[in-house]
Design a protein around this ligand. Structure first.
Ligand code: FES
Length: 123
């Protein structure tokens, strides 16, 4: 079933946040077949990104912990809106680069992008 656009660009109120980042920090048992982003260090890295954002004076930018985003095999993952660009991050340097380049300056970080094929999503 096709989903209609809720609103066309420019029709709605101004977004509350100019950039909204969701970092999966979901945790599953270590033996789970899909694994989880939390077991790959996402919680500490998301916290680090939040702290760094505050230090950098990020305004109207929100960095949130999120539940499973159903792309666990690529994790740890984050998605940055409004562009809807997905990243895999593994180090503080990765997170700092995404924050500085994409979130603050609007330049996506090609080397960390993950392409998600909707046809491969579970459920
Ligand atoms: S556990 Fe992170 S996307 Fe599923």
């Amino acid at each position: 079933m096709a989903r209609a656009r809720v609103q066309a660009a420019g029709d709605g109120p101004e977004p509350v946040y100019q950039v909204h980042v969701f970092c999966c920090t979901n945790e599953r048992p270590e033996t789970h077949w899909r694994g989880s982003c939390a077991h790959k260090g996402s919680r500490a890295l998301c916290d680090y990104m939040c702290r760094l954002g505050m230090v950098m004076g990020a305004r109207r930018i929100r960095i949130n912990h999120a539940g499973c985003m159903n792309v666990c095999e690529h994790g740890p993952v984050m998605v940055v809106y409004p562009e809807g660009i997905w990243y895999k991050y593994e180090t503080q340097a990765d997170v700092a680069e995404i924050l500085r380049c994409h979130v603050m300056d609007g330049v996506p970080v090609q080397r960390l992008m993950v392409t998600i094929d909707p046809a491969t999503l579970h459920g």
